[in-house]
Design a protein around this ligand. Structure first.
Ligand code: SF4
Ligand code: SF4
Length: 472
């Protein structure tokens, strides 16, 4: 029985509610009046329910679909402007006891090189990442209680925050580790993590169990209820996501929104981010084994409707996606992208040979961070290295209230320009620097509050004079 506030996964992700939602969407797919009224409602920027969003995703009338894309772009502009926050994944260990059939780190894979970074190796990775210009990391660690215990992860976080190489610093460490206990979430919170990220992979319990035949991750309820435990442990920024292509996209799209609604209803704050990875080839994984893999067109549509349904939630894509797709979805709703990523363990300091492949997936977008920053500037986006909210204590409901009051532009815009300026001074190629300086000059005018604009201008000058780490 569907119960949005239940503590039990089977009730807040109720299978029958998802089936009823899909039927409702299918039955109404030609109901123009209803779809138009939902587009109107969505334009108020207060979001949509999972049923309403499912119907917009099902709509196959070209003119209405155009309106949906148009609205997604408008909402993206309104809440996020043309800023794109940059991050990089950092793989600490690919030892894993689970049997996920879509991931080459699964325990039975004997063809992959297993690695776990020592603290000294982490230091080298972080120096390499700082030398690229990164300030925000997402830690990736396989589940292996013996080799990758929570103490190893906490020690690694301390190591990362402690490294200050030249003008570099990692200012926000997000963490993507297996579902764990309230106590461990509390310890992660105390270690100063940014967002706790955990992908559901698929919300369909039966399919989930088939895809996760062995290991602790095979417990659907424990995995699905992880964000509730994380919030109980005091982590108020959580990032959810599914791996599109594992199951039918319609089912997982609805499940994802129901999960967001559950967190909002139960804790008063929805997910901080939604990630939208798609299944892609890797070491012993072929996409031919996954008949539910989705087309680029459908992927863009999913991004657009999520943007409309949860306007206040950041959206993330990785370098799994090729440049052409990244370009389209940036406009439609994505607010964070990774750049210059290595998905192998230790791959930043020492690039891997093909023989010693330890990567989790094949990277489609292989450009360097500087090339991506340059490309974003060409497209008129502001690459941002901002981490200010977390460091100012603007997390969870404090963050959401700022966004909902429309005040975030007075923080994000100057912070984006100041952190971009740091990047240009310390790491950019001459061409990127020239384009960036030009864009900063133009974009300063778009800071709504004149007082903040004045302070930002002064800080930009200070950055040029060698000072660092200003923020609103
Ligand atoms: Fe392990 Fe995560 Fe890969 Fe599953 S998806 S095999 S839990 S690393
Ligand atoms: Fe993100 Fe806050 Fe920085 Fe805006 S000011 S980019 S919301 S960290």
């Amino acid at each position: 029985m569907y119960n949005i506030k239940s503590k039990q996964a089977k009730e807040f992700i109720d299978h029958q509610e998802i089936l009823d939602t899909l039927k409702y969407a299918y039955d109404n797919r030609n109901n123009r009046m209803l779809i138009e009224s939902l587009i109107e409602k969505a334009s108020l920027c207060r979001g949509l329910s999972h049923r309403e969003a499912a119907l917009l995703l099902e709509c196959d009338q070209p003119d209405l679909m155009e309106r949906i894309f148009h609205l997604a772009k408008e909402i993206k502009r309104k809440f996020y402007g043309n800023r794109i926050v940059m991050f990089a994944p950092l793989y600490l260990s690919n030892y894993c006891v689970n049997g996920c059939v879509y991931c080459p780190y699964h325990a039975k894979n004997r063809t992959i090189t297993r690695k776990k970074l020592s603290q000294e190796e982490i230091r080298r990775e972080v120096v390499a990442l700082q030398d690229m210009g990164h300030k925000r990391l997402a830690l990736e660690v396989g589940e292996d209680p013996r080799r990758n215990p929570i103490d190893y992860i906490l020690e690694s976080i301390r190591t990362i925050y402690g490294i200050h190489h030249k003008n570099g610093a990692i200012r926000r460490v997000n963490v993507n580790i297996a579902a764990t206990t309230v106590e461990n979430y509390r310890r992660l919170k105390d270690a100063g993590i940014g967002t706790y990220i955990l992908f559901q992979e698929t919300y369909d319990k039966e399919n989930y169990e088939a895809l996760h035949p062995t290991g602790p991750k095979s417990d659907y309820a424990y995995h699905t209820e992880a964000m509730d435990r994380a919030m109980e442990g005091g982590i108020d920024d959580v990032g959810i996501g599914v791996l599109f292509g594992l199951n039918t996209y319609r089912y997982d799209f609805v499940g994802l929104l129901m999960h967001a609604e559950h967190l909002e209803a139960t804790f008063g704050v929805g997910p901080h981010t939604v990630s939208v990875p798609r299944i892609c080839p890797a070491n012993d994984i072929s996409t031919h084994d996954f008949p539910n893999a989705i087309s680029d067109e459908m992927f863009c549509r999913i991004v657009a409707v999520i943007r409309i349904a949860v306007p206040y939630t950041g959206m993330i894509i990785s370098t799994r996606e090729p440049e052409t797709v990244r370009r389209r979805v940036l406009e439609l709703g994505i607010s964070q992208i990774s750049g210059g990523s290595r998905t192998s363990v230790g791959g930043y300091a020492v690039p891997e040979t093909i023989e010693e492949n330890s990567a989790q997936f094949d990277v489609s977008d292989r450009r360097t961070l500087d090339e991506i920053v340059n490309w974003l500037l060409d497209l008129g986006h502001i690459p941002s290295f901002c981490t200010a909210c977390y460091r100012e204590g603007r997390t969870g409901d404090r963050f959401m209230s700022l966004v909902k009051r429309g005040q975030i532009a007075n923080c994000c815009q100057p912070n984006a320009l100041m952190t971009l300026k740091e990047y240009l001074e310390d790491y950019a190629s001459p061409d990127t620097k020239e384009k960036g300086i030009h864009l900063i000059r133009e974009e300063l005018e778009h800071i709504p509050n004149p007082k903040i604009r004045g302070i930002a201008l002064k800080n930009l000058q200070e950055i040029e004079n060698g000072k660092r780490d200003f923020r609103f």
